[in-house]
Design a binder for this molecule. Structure first.
Ligand code: ARG
Ligand code: ASP
Length: 725
């Protein structure tokens, strides 16, 4: 392992030998990482990052809406995150007349900041190891379900007894596949307002073509502000709320980055699977990724065609398209990356070594083989499962039908007198979805996806009812879709509303007649019985063995440093500013500039257009204090180990100052979630100087920059522009 790493590092040319793999728990840095971090150049101590006695870096980091990360950059609760993280909020405030996606949005003062129902920002107050209490009384021979209920009981007790204020929450999550448990005390603010966003031609420059790709030239940022009650505590939205006074906010360094600089990324990575056995990795890249990619290939092609010729559809489908395309492209990169780095062979090599170490340890005998076997058994069901979820996710009418059937099921369980309440919730959700729904788009998506679905899933796993409908429509997606979208009540919100605004019994009977709900019921029943059931039956044993395998790895592989897989909890990762060499004769530099934006500029193109003002600023090199050597820095890369959810995370320098905003990874390294490789895995950040330049010079929102604290750590100088208005 060490040898492979060394060789790869040498190949990469730049990298000296240090471990950049890992997403570390902030409260354990002193014990596990501080020494190495200092060796790599860190100038602060672990206690400046996580501290319960005074404001520390962690107090400036929030989980943004539960799906991204944000950081506080002023004493008045100003919050920075990515443009793609604020995208839905920006879209919700947009219309053809006020198109903030296209033109950007800048509140000129606090009164103009826009509230966002449902958007939250969550701080981490404290993290405690509660493993011993969580596993109390949990003996080794319990069944998985008995074990889980024992643990759940323990967790409820821990939460109930946790020391916290009334406005705080307690949350417990399993780590290392359930070998450890940590308690998080959190504070969630619910009034988060939109302050500013650049036009998409900056914030999403390069769009899907450049997504997951280096070199990159995207100004992927947007600005929000957290509001609190007059007592500075979390409060529901009210116009009387006031800007949050944070415990800590990040100073911003204007000194820029150099090659080999130490960097940290602090945020909420969502999910990784670094400790899977070889069969599971194989299943991901040879079974599941190809199926998901195939479905999305087809759906995206259809939607793209409509978006390019219809302005309204472009706005309606923008956020959906971006999120569908994002995972689609990542999976393609993941398949390639695992292949190119021999990821499966590396797992097999590791497993060989593991087996040797496990000799003479009877408790681990057969463990790995059994686990690999189970993944092999589960594989076909996992793939069919993906086909099904992709079908429902991308064909919205089937998704709506599914929600309706679920609502009817719930009513059956809770009693028919609950129908009105359940129906109301269903309709509320449906109404929001139909706002961005277009029948013509969806019909064409359905036509192509149904063909792929019935080809990809064996008929024995589709079931008779679904197959019957398929045969009635000549086993042809287009014919099936033609029938659904001309005859179903689900073609519009109004028709759906009329359909469900009737007594429960009537609706329950008529869903067997409506062609969309009828097809869905057939597919759903088949899926439940022939895919999900056998899949689920294997899961408890997989969980048990995966947990044991995790424990065994930690127990036996002494020269490896283990970090827990990402699980949407606060983590710190660190690395160095470095380019990389992905292929023979190809070498990437570590930073891009505005010159590169102009090289990519394609007038009028929907991905590579450049606003006139930005072109002017480039022509006159009017970069203010943000440029360097006559250039305007735009993005840079480093060897920080990040994943989805880390978007919007601050990139910090050796002193804990903000130097950039994480938003992506490089193409060759998207497999880092299952197969991290320090030689080619890089995270992509927008340089903070570009953010400030856009805010100040491009948007004329200097008042926001004035709120921030700008510093020059490298010159050892004091802040140059400190102000709190
Ligand atoms: N790939 C990045 C991440 O996973 C950025 C996605 C947003 N950008 C886009 N063009 N869809 O979220
Ligand atoms: N772009 C991702 C995000 O939105 C980050 C990544 O996957 O690298 O969190």
């Amino acid at each position: 392992m060490r040898k492979i790493f060394l060789m790869a590092a040498l190949l990469a040319g730049h990298l000296s030998v240090y471990a950049t793999e890992g997403m570390w728990l902030p409260q354990l840095l002193t014990k596990l990482n501080e020494k190495e971090m200092k060796g790599m150049g860190m100038k602060i101590s672990a206690a400046d990052i996580y501290n319960l006695n005074k404001g520390s870096l962690k107090d400036a980091i929030v989980s943004f809406g539960g799906f991204c990360t944000g950081e506080i950059i002023s004493s008045q609760g100003l919050l920075l995150t990515n443009h793609h993280c604020g995208y839905s909020a920006i879209q919700t405030h947009s219309s053809v007349e006020h198109n903030y996606l296209d033109n950007g949005f800048w509140a000129k003062n606090k009164a103009e900041e826009l509230p966002n129902a449902g958007l939250t920002a969550t701080f981490i107050v404290r993290i405690d190891d509660v493993t011993a209490e969580a596993l109390r009384g949990v003996a080794g021979n319990l069944s998985e379900s008995a074990r889980q209920s024992a643990i759940d009981k323990n967790l409820n007790a821990i939460k109930a007894n946790a020391k916290k204020e009334t406005y705080q929450d307690a949350l417990i999550k399993p780590f290392f596949d359930g070998n450890q448990y940590f308690l998080f005390i959190t504070e969630t603010y619910k009034d988060v307002r939109l302050v500013g966003a650049p036009p998409s031609s900056i914030g999403k420059f390069g769009a899907d073509t450049d997504n997951w790709v280096w070199p990159r030239h995207t100004g992927d940022f947007s600005i929000f502000r957290i509001y609190a009650g007059k007592d500075n505590l979390p409060a529901e939205y009210s116009k009387d709320n006031v800007p949050l006074k944070p415990k800590h906010f990040l100073p911003i360094s204007l000194d820029g980055i150099r090659e080999d600089d130490f960097t940290m990324v602090f945020g909420f990575p969502g999910r990784t699977n670094e400790y899977l056995p070889s069969e599971a990795v194989k299943l991901t890249v040879e079974g599941q990724d190809p199926a998901r990619v195939k479905m999305r290939d087809a759906a995206l092609k259809v939607i793209d065609g409509f978006m390019r010729k219809d302005e309204k559809i472009k706005i309606q489908y923008a956020a959906k398209f971006a999120s569908t395309a994002n995972a689609w492209k990542k999976w393609i990169g993941e398949m390639q990356g695992v292949k190119q780095t021999n990821g499966i062979q590396r797992k097999l090599d590791f497993e060989k070594r593991f087996q040797q170490l496990a000799q003479g340890r009877p408790e681990y005998r057969g463990l790995l083989d059994s686990l690999n076997n189970l993944y092999k058994q589960q594989g076909p069901y996992a793939v069919s499962r993906d086909y099904y979820s992709e079908l429902l996710r991308n064909t919205e009418m089937l998704g709506f039908a599914n929600n309706l059937i679920t609502a009817l099921h719930d009513t059956r369980l809770k009693g028919a007198d609950q129908w009105e309440t359940i129906r109301e919730q269903f309709l509320k959700k449906a109404k929001a979805s139909y706002k961005d729904y277009n029948n013509d788009v969806d019909r064409e998506v359905a036509a192509v996806l149904l063909d792929i679905y019935f080809e990809g899933v064996p008929s024995s796993r589709i079931g008779g009812e679904g197959y019957q409908v398929w045969m009635e429509t000549n086993k042809d997606g287009k014919t099936t879709a033609g029938k659904l979208y001309s005859q179903s009540a689900l073609v519009s919100y109004e028709k759906l509303e009329a359909f469900v605004n009737r007594p429960f019994q009537q609706v329950s009977a008529d869903v067997w007649k409506d062609p969309a709900t009828k097809l869905l019921i057939g597919l759903r029943n088949g899926y439940t019985d022939f895919v999900n059931k056998p899949y689920d039956e294997l899961q408890p044993e997989i969980n048990r063995l995966q947990r044991r395998y995790m424990q065994a790895q930690m127990d036996l592989v002494k020269d490896k440093r283990f970090y827990p897989d990402a699980n949407s909890t606060l983590r710190l990762t660190y690395g160095k500013v470095n380019g990389y060499a992905p292929r023979d004769a190809v070498e990437y530099d570590f930073a891009t500039t505005l010159d590169g934006v102009m090289e990519k500029y394609k007038p009028g193109d929907y991905e590579f257009d450049v606003p006139e003002k930005l072109r002017q600023l480039h022509a006159s090199k009017d970069y203010g204090p943000y440029g360097a050597n006559g250039k305007m820095p735009v993005c840079f890369i480093a060897s920080n180990h990040t994943t989805g959810g880390n978007s919007g995370s601050p990139a910090l320098d050796a002193y804990g100052n903000l130097i950039g905003l994480n938003f992506d990874r490089t193409w060759e390294g998207t497999m880092s979630d299952i197969n991290y490789d320090a030689a080619i895995c890089r995270n992509i950040m927008v340089d903070i100087r570009y953010v400030l330049f856009i805010v100040d010079k491009f948007a004329g929102a200097k008042h926001l920059v004035d709120e921030m604290k700008l510093v020059h750590p490298k010159k050892g100088a004091k802040p140059v522009l400190k102000k709190a208005s």
